[in-house]
Design a protein around this ligand. Structure first.
Ligand SMILES: [Zn+2]
Length: 65
């Protein structure tokens, strides 16, 4: 069982960083746009892989998983 907004993001499978950012699908609210600007979340289109829930916070990695 995994929660989308768990306080402890999973480790990146590519680089083992713990600073994963939740990937949010759909039409963003105003609050979500602000959160994205702050780097708290990453907004994605519904065309992206629905299995992907996280983006690695390591800029040189950027793995989605
Ligand atoms: Zn990574």
């Amino acid at each position: 069982m995994t929660d989308l907004f768990d306080d402890l993001p999973p480790l990146c499978p590519a680089c083992n960083q713990k600073q994963s950012t939740p990937l949010i699908f759909g039409i963003p609210s105003q609050e979500m746009l602000v959160a994205e600007r702050l780097g708290d979340i990453v907004l994605a289109s519904i065309a992206d892989d629905p299995e992907v829930k996280w983006v690695c916070g390591n800029r040189s990695c950027g793995q989605r998983f």
